[in-house]
Design a protein around this ligand. Structure first.
Ligand code: FAD
Length: 420
């Protein structure tokens, strides 16, 4: 008897691919996920694991460009763009500059807030109903400040969050040390966002893939999809580098920093630049923290992950080169030494450094939805710094679009066709 179940093909086994596979599998479809690697170390593994409704301001927002230019001159700063005559980069920068307005940032706030809250709810269901373990804790985020200028900025950010209904408090140094006795000694105050959560990203990725496999989702690893064909009746075909052809009813591109390559072949422009970041995960450190926090001046996010502590940061727009820029990693190590004076730089030089490429969209908002010019091709990508916080909601939006043609949280600001 012929199988009447619909078959979805997903390109990419990062968090966006797995989250989409989860929802489509729940909707009763056959699902096949492709990845060009073994998918055990993409951008979704070594990140800071923050699931944060506090992220109501998109990457492209007022002040980011001038701050970024200031950072460019400092070797150990958390941000760098390698200036080069590359058509895609120049076009991306132009769009980014155009998008960095107060009006757009204001409009994006409620969209991001609602999507991240929904993402938290889906993760909570995964933990409670599917019994998936990934060390999820919803106990808030501290943004630690060393200077009054940073604390003043934090006060403004907290006011904006409150205006959007995201609870935020400003804490004195005394209040911070009461909550987090191990905070760096030079902390003069902090903002606190009680709604924020954190999780162990590696655990989530490993355990979710296992759950999906148990539920019948097929994984075709070391299979790079080189082209996509859609027939006039809407049947989709994914062709691999080895010229194998896979046929399905729907195809979702979740290719992270590589998404634009495939989309270009479909004549669809989804501008994405890779934003390289690093993390160092210390196993069994001398002490830990209950909270996840950011050392704001250094832009280093710190997350307790089971018996480890992860320090993550840096955004380098340098193409898809995965090499390690020593001064940037040194800056993260210096932040670790402030938190853990028990370590020396020599100790930290022995630790592994993880590298990941964030898929950064040109206006700071993700690309989620159906490609207008195709019947059955969808995309979930462009997550920049918030892929863990948005991908599960995005997967749900894709599922709703495929099964009903509409989606509760769909919004023009995340329309993947907006640059075409
Ligand atoms: C240092 C750092 C800290 C971060 N902290 C946070 C945080 O605290 N909270 C948060 O929400 N986000 C955070 N992020 C961002 C988050 O990690 C990313 O947004 C997210 O992982 C992107 O997931 P993805 O699935 O889109 O991409 P990826 O995880 O990169 O997955 C894409 C996959 O697609 C595969 N692929 C691509 N093209 C093809 C092809 N043609 N054929 C087959 N396979 C293909 C790739 O091999 C890859 O495995 C952080 C990122 C970094 C670098």
């Amino acid at each position: 008897m012929q199988n009447s179940k619909k078959h979805a093909l997903i390109v990419g086994a990062g968090v966006s691919g797995l989250a989409t596979a989860y929802h489509l599998n729940q909707a009763g479809m056959d699902v096949t996920v492709f990845d060009k690697t073994d998918a055990t170390n993409n951008c979704s593994f070594g990140n800071a694991g923050l699931i944060a409704p506090r992220y109501i301001i998109p990457l492209a927002s007022p002040g980011v460009i001038s701050q970024g230019l200031g950072y460019m001159l400092k070797k150990e700063s958390p941000f760098y763009i390698h200036p080069r005559l590359n058509k895609d980069l120049i076009s991306w920068l132009w769009k980014f500059k155009k998008a960095a307005t107060a009006e757009r940032a204001k409009a994006a706030g409620p969209v991001l807030r609602d999507m991240i809250r929904r993402n938290q709810k889906i993760l909570e269901d995964l933990q409670e109903k599917d019994n998936l373990e990934f060390s999820y804790h919803k106990n808030g985020h501290l943004t630690l400040c060393e200077t009054t200028a940073t604390l003043e900025k934090e006060k403004k950010a907290a006011e904006r969050a409150e205006e959007l209904g995201v609870e935020a408090k400003i804490l004195s140094a005394e209040e911070v040390f009461k909550m987090e006795p191990n905070a760096p000694k030079n902390t003069i105050g902090a903002s606190f966002y009680p709604e924020d959560a954190h999780l162990h990203s590696n655990q989530l990725m490993i355990n979710l893939r296992q759950l999906l496999q148990e539920r019948g989702v097929q994984f075709k690893l070391h299979t790079e999809i080189k082209s996509i064909i859609e027939s006039s009746t809407g049947e989709v075909q994914a062709i691999s580098a080895a010229k194998e052809s896979f046929t399905g009813d729907y195809l979702v591109v979740c290719g992270g920093a590589w998404t634009a390559d495939l989309m270009k072949k479909l004549q669809v422009n989804v501008p994405i630049q890779a934003g390289k970041g690093y993390s160092i995960t210390l196993k069994n450190p001398p002490n830990s923290s209950r909270y996840n926090f950011t050392m704001e001046e250094k832009k280093v996010a710190v997350t307790p992950m089971g018996d480890a502590m992860r320090f993550a940061g840096t955004m380098e727009i340098v193409g898809r080169d995965m090499s390690i820029t020593a001064p940037k990693v040194n800056a993260i190590k210096k932040a670790i030494l402030e938190f853990f004076p028990e370590y020396s730089m020599e100790d930290l030089n022995k630790e592994d450094v993880w590298v990941g490429l964030r898929p950064c969209s040109a206006d700071g908002m993700p690309y989620i939805g159906k490609i207008n010019t195709r019947k059955n091709i969808y995309i979930s990508s462009g997550y920049s710094m918030v892929g863990m916080s948005l991908s599960f909601t995005a997967g749900e939006i894709i599922k709703e679009l495929i099964t009903t043609g509409k989606a509760t949280l769909l919004n023009p600001l995340i329309d993947p066709n907006r640059f075409n």
